[in-house]
Design a protein around this ligand. Structure first.
Ligand code: ADE
Length: 253
């Protein structure tokens, strides 16, 4: 899968992309990430990418010309078939479902805004999708672009070491993930739950599912309504709900 990132600060973005899992996935050719410096698509002496807003007011606005020229040049004949994603706090809020949807495309273009915002004509006539990573405002779209590349890339076959590793993730199942433990079995007197060292795979699976349900019920009850639940999940949830009713304080474990 190929990602094209349009940004004014490619060096900052590059540092993260070359490390660890994403760096290795690029080296193997599983993903390709091209960074495009928007400033290279300016033609004036000062390489201007922003200007004052019509109508006055504070803040600068990203000019349309370099952005259109960059995206049109890089995408060429693929413009129109490749989603052009504008990162903006006004966009659809990103989640695991959107990540899975984007992972189905062979190529994505990510357009990082800076300054107060981008000229409205970029939204109207260039971007095909606007995405926000949450209800807070950052100084630019670079961190959101990295978050999207990371979340999408790790869903692609061959990016994570263990093929099944993404399947149990928090949110992938519609629930939060169960707790993980590694060695030592006893750390400062805090021991690993007995079931995990029992070697009984069915008991481990049942324990993990229950922990997942318990965690989601406690921390994100809003997710339960939309999660795909089996009849036995519903029984577990009914028991957990009854437990909390009879144990009003210290319901952590
Ligand atoms: N640019 C600034 N803030 C943002 C956010 N929350 N999501 C996406 N792009 C942004």
């Amino acid at each position: 899968m190929r990602f094209d990132v349009f940004t004014l600060i490619p060096d900052a973005v590059q540092a993260y992309l070359s490390s660890s899992i994403l760096g290795r996935a690029q080296a193997r050719g599983t993903i390709r990430i091209e960074l495009h410096n928007l400033r290279q698509y300016t033609h004036d002496r000062h390489r201007t990418t922003d200007d004052m807003p019509y109508g006055g007011g504070g803040g600068m606005v990203m000019k349309p010309e370099p952005v259109f020229e960059a995206v049109e040049n890089v995408l060429g004949p693929d413009l129109g078939s490749v989603p052009v994603i504008l990162l903006t706090p006004q966009g659809h809020v990103f989640d695991q479902r959107l990540a899975a949807g984007l992972a189905a495309y062979p190529r994505l273009a990510l357009l990082c805004g800076r300054y107060e915002g981008v000229d409205e004509r970029i939204r109207q006539h260039l971007a095909s999708l606007e995405i926000s990573i949450g209800d807070y405002v950052l100084t630019g779209g670079e961190i959101p672009a990295l978050a999207i590349i990371d979340a999408v890339a790790r869903l692609l076959p061959g990016v994570l070491g263990d093929e099944g590793a993404a399947a149990d993730d928090s949110h992938a199942t519609g629930l939060l993930e169960y707790p993980h433990y590694t060695r030592p079995a006893d750390f400062r007197g805090w021991s690993v739950p007995e079931v995990l060292t029992s070697g009984d795979h069915a008991r481990v699976a049942a324990w993990r599912r229950e922990q997942s349900l318990r965690r989601t019920l406690e921390r994100r009850p809003d997710l339960i309504a939309h999660a795909p639940l089996s009849a036995s999940d519903r029984q577990v949830l009914a028991r957990l709900a009854a437990e909390t009713r009879t144990k009003p304080t210290d319901a952590r474990d």
